[in-house]
Design a protein. Structure first.
Length: 400
């Protein structure tokens, strides 16, 4: 009998469903399992599912289809029980066929709805020239690009320039040139002559759907009164449904935070920047709140937990993670961010069991993690304080 190395799927049970892009209907194309030669993903407490990369060995027709139609594909990754462990869209594709290497993307570098911020030159004949107030051009769009990839808006900026008929509308020219050069994805090709190789593979770099809060401007000129942070966030999510409808108005996991803020927003800000501002406020108790997009493209907004949910025993031969206090094994690909993990056999008997995890040196809050198949898991944490929330509520920046 000839011994064979188990595939990644046979080792971990991980498999991936591939769909058409959400903006093109999102129909299921096919599933892959044993074809997967490598897999890793990253999850962050801000943003949720952030990045994933996987490689597959495939046939030439499939590789050609990846280059032609792969960008934007909806990707869902499952564990052996069929539970989603990561979800996102294809942002970049790298194909290798023998001596030929082709990459396409990133999708998020596309710009098919563009405006330009500039400072107009009112009188160029003075020294220095007389300048006007910072202003913005009208929006220019590419409907053909939007039909393929969704609406990806960019607000670009330049310095002082004119935008009148006499000078040929310079600001508009800059905007239109940027749109023309960035409305379709970039393709790079390399050929290594003399290299003998029969390899046919594709590496797929994916991003989480939090990115789609970074591709549209949010304004609200109707709500002229104070609203809760929760309602502000719901307005931002629902506004996206009128653009690409990535989140389908799903706000079921947006928890109630009664801290209030201005309802109006007229500064042409990108949606994700407003979300960051909402998170900076915390709540009336200066507690930290978290936001991310997880399975089924559902946005979550919730208060940071205050109890330990994972434990790791430093001296254990198992070298894994268990639920706390239950002690159930957690596979490395199932570990989630936004939870407290404790080193269970560190400082034993020296710290009371009821110690707040914020002040317990055995505990770490999981800010981000990187899983690399089959079993490698890197967990990153950080110090947790209430000062950032207090400063934000007072309208102040950081301290030095």
């Amino acid at each position: 009998m000839i011994a064979t190395t188990p595939s990644l799927h046979e080792t971990t049970g991980i498999f991936i469903d591939l769909f058409r892009p959400i903006i093109l209907g999102g129909e299921l194309l096919y599933s892959i399992n044993n074809e997967i030669s490598s897999y890793s993903h990253q999850i962050n407490v801000f943003g949720g599912y952030t990045e994933a990369t996987f490689s597959i060995n495939d046939t030439l027709p499939h590789l050609e289809t990846w280059i032609q139609e792969g960008l934007g594909r909806h990707i869902v990754v499952y564990n052996t029980s069929g539970i989603i462990i990561w979800e996102g869209y294809v942002n970049n594709i790298s194909v290798k066929v023998g001596a030929l290497s082709i990459s396409r993307g990133p999708l998020m570098n596309i710009a098919n709805r563009v405006s330009l911020v500039y400072v107009p030159i009112e009188d160029p004949n003075t020294d220095p020239p007389i300048l006007g107030n910072r202003t913005e051009t009208t929006i220019a769009e590419s409907s053909s690009s939007q039909a393929l990839y969704g609406i990806i808006e960019k607000v670009i900026a330049t310095g002082n320039c004119s935008n009148n008929a006499t000078d040929g509308y310079i600001a508009d020219q800059i905007r239109d040139t940027y749109l023309a050069e960035n409305r379709y994805p970039e393709t790079n090709t390399q050929m290594t002559i003399g290299e003998s190789s029969s390899e046919m593979s594709v590496e797929i770099q994916c991003r989480g759907y939090m990115d789609w809060f970074n591709v549209y401007v949010f304004n609200d000129i109707i709500t002229t009164f104070l609203i809760t942070l929760t309602h502000k966030l719901i307005h931002i999510i629902c506004a996206e449904s009128l653009i690409n409808n990535i989140f389908e108005n799903n706000t079921d996991q947006i928890s109630v935070n009664n801290l209030t803020t201005e309802g109006s927003d007229i500064e042409n800000r990108i949606a994700i920047d407003i979300i960051k501002g909402i998170l900076a406020y915390g709540d009336v108790n200066d507690a930290r709140w978290l936001f991310g997009v997880y399975a089924n493209r559902i946005p979550y907004y919730y208060i940071m937990p205050s109890t330990v949910e994972y434990v790791h025993h430093l001296a254990s031969n198992h070298q894994g993670i268990l639920t706390y206090p239950g002690g159930t094994d957690v596979k490395p690909w199932d570990v989630q961010v936004g939870k407290w993990i404790m080193a269970g056999d560190f400082l034993v008997g020296k710290i009371p069991e009821a110690t707040n995890p914020r002040t317990d040196p055995r505990c770490m809050f999981i800010e981000s993690l990187q899983f690399t198949a089959p079993y490698q898991l890197q967990i990153n944490g950080g110090k947790i304080t209430t000062l950032p929330q207090k400063l934000a509520q007072l309208g102040l920046g950081g301290i030095t």
